[in-house]
Design a binder for this molecule. Sequence first.
Ligand code: DX5
Ligand code: ZN
Length: 231
Amino acid sequence: MSDYQIAPSILAADFARLGEEVDNVIASGADIVHFDVMDNHYVPNLTIGPLVCEALRKHGVEAPIDVHLMVKPVDRIIPDFAEAGASYITFHPEASEHIDRSLGLIREHGCRAGLVFNPATPLSYLDYVIDKVDMILLMSVNPGFGGQSFIPGTLDKLRAARRIIDESGQAIRLEVDGGVKMDNIAEIAAAGADTFVSGSGIFGCGQADDPNHYDSILRQMRKQLEQVGSV
Ligand code: DX5
Ligand code: ZN
């Protein structure tokens, strides 16, 4: 499969120039905007909400927006993000009292739904809801902060998730989030991921005054991915 998608995490962008940062990274060839929502409750950090998602849409961002909810509870905020222009909404199963209902709620609001797995969270949460999932997101760090190192055990978990997806016969994306950079993206793709979140690996690599400064990093990431061949 060569349908690889790169999803820069705006957590590492310059928030004072967010619209411009997103425009530049999409113009440089990124596919999806990864949007990290933290509540200082489910994770020990606080970030952005539906108003910022809506502001990006109003600014003219047309790329899919991949809302990664690190909030508890999740259901109250789902319709707000759908209204604000989210494309994907993913959540951590530990943060929802009723996982099946939350997945259904996301789709009912016209978005694609996903479950997020922390490093220690078993994939068995998928057993009875695989037909309600459009994306599986494996965390390769503990959620809450950008700039952490990739946890190597994620590679085996990716292989297991890839098997589950293939056996389901469904079109489910397999996304990985945390510590993804130029030097490990090929290995991560070879383990089965097809969607790559990268925050500091992309936004941490440019010169802010050059509008094309993300071109080179994204081109090099694509080159790494081209060499992987089939998933
Ligand atoms: C962490 C977030 C990630 C984060 C990744 O909780 O979910 O999306 O921005 O940042 P990097 O790529 O710097 O590890
Ligand atoms: Zn994330």
